[in-house]
Design a protein around this ligand. Structure first.
Ligand code: GLN
Ligand code: ZN
Length: 772
């Protein structure tokens, strides 16, 4: 490109897409429920996009150069790329019409129908967002199949806003894909790079024709060692892909963004291509110190504002980084965010009840946009131009250092006084024997992961309680009645180890955050987790301790209703950290130990109350795993230790369970071994128990509960299907190591789905038990 169009001095990689009041969630769920038409959902989405553009412009992003990203998605941006390249799996081929996938078809690929399983879902890098894994085989036909990115660009342009279309780049798209079933052993989706590039070339040309001056291709695979493509192969793919794309006859200027970590060896490779801009993550990634050859013709988009956490930036320090970057020899340095802002809530202005001091320390998406705009002004006009804002930011940083509750000596002393004993439970074989005697369970014991459906009645009662329309006593009675119903249902179904169903918990982390010191919670701080699902992360801002028991009375009540074992249920320290916005002023390991100690008190109290089995959920253990291999050991050390600290205070005959929400057990087998939980339940239904072979091969000695029911989809599995999964499981692993359970908690499902699913699981278990 001879004349590179102007790249804005400040821009963001992406913005929350669910809407300040979760408008998109409500619209799409109504569509799935058959209550609204596709046209109505499209209209809501268009309105949301318009309001987003208006808001971003009000916050100071220019509209005549492409500072505002066009990065909307109805469900998932990786699924969007799948729709664009036409890689819809064969089982859904009938849904593809001339215009590609319509909204109903798109939803079906995401959610499944009948026996057609949806695309597998997995975590997006080290975030709590989940994407739908593309399935690519040697036979996949790529063709330009959705003009949504072009239409959405045109829609904005028609209103006078020049946006920057965002799409997952070809290297990351294929690197994250899995091979279709039946592909040859040595096939990898990245082998299809040459074939997918023409589709990207066409997309670029269509975008250029529509008037797009810049396009943003997201390539976070380049910052990660955790994807399956070997590093050399990945770098070769970068050279090939961007050689072809930059050589395209007609295209916008290309901005390759690499959020979530350090580009490492990929930076010089990318810099040597002819792309026009590179975005680097300067929150997670290192500051390059030497001039990088090739950068002299490129814009460096410096991701100095943290897209992944909610603390207000130290603008002075950020500006200093930007000034240093100017020495790297790039054609231009502009201000950006480290990642898209869709990992943070919309705005702190929507939190009237948050403590004012705490609020002054925070920046949600809108405040981050302002930070970007201010820094861009500082960079172009000089420090003096933003003098006031720099001072304000410094004040906020200082206020955080000295505020009450941030550092509490009594909490720190307790952690400092811990000895190694506090982290060790003793020999597993001895525990196993003691537990078998105390628990007296049948082979293939059946249980669930904890939550039962959160019914409209439960939500209503909670809302009424929050509004003061129900007294604490009335609310408690409603929850107890719900617990009694759930216990009775489980007895009817015939489960062996029961749960109380977690009706009193709004969320598995927020519930604990509300009951521990050092946390605050938000009212509207929703962030997208997957599809239409959102979570509201709590804010961990101070030293953590447990003022009083949290779950004990509920567990005791539930146990009083049944002669079966009632499983106590807690969220583990790593997950509490992962699913909260966590203070960034001390090592995560120190914070984790404070949470671990608070939970240890709770677990010891549950044991004293007669609870024989206690589950400590760590679904986020894998999620926080650093993307670079060199950082794994340190992370696994502190994370595993905090879990052990929470659980090692119990007797030998108390059984500790843990639950992990994913199937990539193999990747962190060492850490799972380190947790030393007596029983570990994992997700396995969509991946068909593949993981059990690895577990057996590694000689893992403790028990596992591979999920036999995929709770992420409304589909009810057939009895035959569950029987087959269980039959495979008993072949793969010793029977006395095996538990039977769903993939995850049931809270997001409806009883119409849950009851028959659990009944089938029990029937299948009886069938397989009879063969033992
Ligand atoms: N005990 C929790 C539940 O059942 C676990 C949820 C999770 O792993 N995400 O809801
Ligand atoms: Zn789970």
């Amino acid at each position: 490109m001879s004349n590179v169009p102007q790249f804005p001095a400040g821009s963001v990689l992406g913005y929350p897409r669910i809407g300040p009041r979760r408008e998109l969630k409500k619209a799409i769920e109504a569509f799935w429920a058959g209550k609204t038409s596709a046209d109505e959902v499209e209209a809501t989405a268009a309105d949301l996009r318009r309001r987003t553009r208006t808001r971003l412009a009000e916050l100071g992003l220019p509209t005549d150069v492409p500072a505002i990203p066009s990065a909307f998605s109805f469900y998932d941006h990786v699924l969007d790329a799948t729709a664009v390249v036409g890689a819809v799996p064969a089982r859904f081929a009938d849904l593809v019409t001339d215009g590609g996938l319509d909204l109903a078809g798109y939803s079906t690929v995401a959610r499944g129908r009948g026996d057609d399983l949806p695309l597998e879902m997995t975590k997006w890098f080290d975030t709590n967002y989940h994407y739908l894994v593309p399935e690519i085989g040697p036979e996949t036909v790529f063709s330009y199949s959705s003009d949504r990115p072009v239409r959405e660009f045109a829609e904005a342009l028609a209103e006078g806003v020049v946006t920057r279309p965002v799409i997952v780049g070809p290297v990351t798209y294929l690197a994250l894909a899995k091979a279709t079933e039946g592909s040859p052993e040595d096939f990898a989706p990245i082998d299809r790079l040459q074939d997918i590039l023409p589709v990207y070339v066409q997309l670029l040309s269509e975008l250029a024709a529509a008037g797009a001056t810049w396009v943003q291709l997201e390539e976070p695979a380049l910052v990660s060692d955790s994807i399956e493509v070997p590093a050399e192969r990945l770098l070769a793919a970068v050279v090939e892909a961007y050689g072809v794309l930059t050589g395209a006859e007609s295209r916008p200027a290309i901005f390759v963004a690499a959020p979530y970590g350090d580009l490492g060896a990929a930076l010089p490779v990318l810099a040597a291509t002819d792309v026009e801009a590179i975005g680097i993550d300067l929150v997670r990634g290192d500051l390059p110190t030497e001039a990088v050859p090739g950068l002299e013709t490129k814009t460096l988009v410096a991701g100095v504002i943290d897209g992944h956490n909610i603390w207000r930036a130290d603008l002075d320090a950020k500006l200093a980084i930007l000034e240093r970057l100017e020495n790297l020899g790039a054609a231009a340095v502009t201000v950006g965010t480290s990642t898209s802002l869709f990992h943070v809530p919309h705005t702190t202005e929507d939190e009237p009840n948050l403590d004012a001091t705490l609020k002054s320390w925070l920046a949600f998406a809108d405040q981050k946009v302002r930070e970007v705009v201010v820094l861009a002004e500082g960079l172009t006009e000089g420090r003096e131009a933003i003098h006031e804002q720099l001072l304000e930011a410094t004040d906020a940083v200082n206020s955080r250092k000295t505020a009450p509750g941030v550092v509490r000596p009594e909490v720190r002393d307790r952690v400092a006084a811990l000895t190694e004993d506090a982290f060790n439970r003793g020999d597993f074989e001895t525990r196993k024997k003691a537990q078998a005697e105390r628990l007296d369970l049948p082979p293939l014991p059946t249980t669930t992961i904890g939550s039962f459906p959160q019914t409209p009645e439960i939500r209503k009662a909670r809302a009424a309680f929050v509004k003061g329309e129900l007294t604490a006593g009335q609310y408690e009675d409603e929850m107890k009645a719900e617990i009694a119903r759930v216990v009775e249902l489980q007895e009817q179904i015939g489960l062996d180890v029961l749960v109380h169903g977690e009706p009193e918990r709004n969320d598995m982390v927020q519930y604990f955050a509300e009951n521990l010191d050092g946390f605050s919670v938000t009212e509207n701080g929703w962030v997208q987790s997957y599809g239409s699902r959102c979570t509201r992360p709590s804010i961990l801002w101070g030293d953590v301790s447990r003022p009083a028991p949290i779950t004990v009375a509920w567990a005791q009540y539930a146990q009083s209703l049944t002669s079966k074992h009632m499983k106590g249920m807690l969220t583990g320290p790593v997950t509490i950290l992962a699913w909260s916005f966590v203070r960034d002023d001390q090592p995560l390991g120190d914070t984790a130990n404070q949470v671990g100690l608070a939970l240890r008190d709770e677990i010891n109290d549950l044991e004293a109350a007669g609870i024989a089995i206690i589950q400590v959920d760590e679904p986020a253990l894998r999620e926080l795993l650093p993307l670079r291999a060199e950082d794994h050991a340190a992370y696994l050390d502190w994370s595993v230790r905090s879990f052990r600290l929470s659980t090692a205070g119990v007797r030998e005959d108390t059984q500790i369970h843990t639950h992990l929400c994913y199937s990539e057990f193999g990747q962190i087998m060492g850490a799972i071994d380190g947790l030393d939980a007596d029983v570990t339940s994992i997700e396995a239904a969509r991946s068909k128990m593949e993981i059990l072979g690895d577990i057996a091969a590694a000689g893992y000695p403790r028990a596992v509960g591979p999920g036999v029911y995929d709770i992420h989809s409304p589909r009810v599995p057939s009895e035959a299907e569950v029987t087959e999964l269980l039959a495979d499981a008993v072949k793969a692993i010793a029977v006395d190591q095996l538990w039977v359970n769903p993939d995850c908690g049931l809270k997001t499902r409806r009883y119409e789905e849950v009851t028959p699913s659990l009944e089938r699981i029990l029937a299948a278990t009886r069938t397989v038990r009879a063969t033992l």
